[in-house]
Design a protein around this ligand. Structure first.
Ligand code: IPD
Ligand code: CA
Length: 267
């Protein structure tokens, strides 16, 4: 993996993601075309599609033959294959984006022969570029970052509450909220799983959980958090796969056990 990393064009990938983010920044909130996807309150805008097409065009030119697993345009069931594979969420936090809440990002995970190689999560509103290369640490705007070492009783917990499958997840989320409130310092919700997980990597929060999350929401941020010293698994403590949705628990080392004990019976 370290040999592949030597030739991986990280600077070019970062420049492409930064360029793609201009499409988000120039979007017209008041007139965007929005379509509904499967599930409750699950939307895609014309800009999600534009960002995804831009990224795929540029990455294909940079690394010919690479594959994609991406949220929009029917590319969300591609299995992880050999060679370079990009797992992309063109806009994570689409509902925030639609409403002009400036808390969304572009998430790009790069895999080589099914192993996580590189992750990037870019919040263009705050100009925060989180990145990590496998085995080489996590960075925010080029500065090394580390997960916090705080007791969970004073820590911040994010509870992902996407409404898409709420018939199935509503009660789980309500029960989880009670348990987390009794064991953690306080609760937050940004509305972008990738940014929530990255903020644990940079020491600003301690735990994130969501009963059903898709691979493009955690592929990049999961590597970033692990490289910052955190732990990412499903609620049962098993490693995450990339072939479909699963529960996700992302936490600092100090908070992981408390959270996993609370969550393991929930799904
Ligand atoms: C969603 C966001 C949200 C999380 C959902 C995700 P999207 O991604 O990350 O915070 O709760 O589970 O699907 O739809 O905005 O790309
Ligand atoms: Ca998205």
């Amino acid at each position: 993996m370290q040999d592949i990393l030597k030739e991986f064009p990280e600077r070019e990938v970062e420049a492409i993601i930064r360029d793609a983010s201009k499409i988000m920044l120039e979007a017209d909130n008041h007139r965007m075309h929005i379509e509904k996807k499967d599930g409750a309150a699950n939307f895609v805008t014309e800009y999600d599609v534009k960002v995804q097409r831009f990224l795929e065009g540029k990455f294909s030119a940079l690394l010919p033959g690479c594959g994609f697993l991406a949220e929009e345009e029917g590319e969300n069931e591609n299995p992880l294959g050999d060679g370079y594979m990009f797992i992309i969420d063109p806009i994570d936090g689409t509902t925030n984006f639609m409403f002009g809440r400036r808390a969304s990002c572009i998430s790009v995970g790069v895999f080589y022969n099914r192993q996580a190689l590189y992750g990037a999560v870019y919040d263009p509103y705050a100009d925060r570029f989180y990145s990590a290369r496998a085995g080489q640490g996590a960075y925010l705007n080029g500065e090394r970052i580390f997960a916090a070492d705080r007791d969970p009783s004073v820590g911040i917990a994010y509870i992902g509450s996407a409404p898409y499958y709420r018939e199935k997840t509503g009660r789980i989320i309500a029960e989880t909220t009670y348990e987390i409130l009794m064991h953690f310092g306080d609760i937050r919700r940004l509305g972008s799983a990738a940014l929530e997980i990255c903020s644990i990597a940079s020491g600003e929060a301690d735990m994130y959980c969501e009963p059903i999350l898709s691979p493009w929401d955690h592929a990049a941020a999961g590597l970033i958090l692990k490289e910052a010293g955190g732990i990412v698994t499903d609620y049962h403590g098993d490693p995450l796969g990339y072939n479909g949705p699963s529960s996700v628990l992302a936490a600092t080392k100090a908070s992981y056990e408390t959270a996993q004990n609370l969550l393991k019976g929930m799904v």
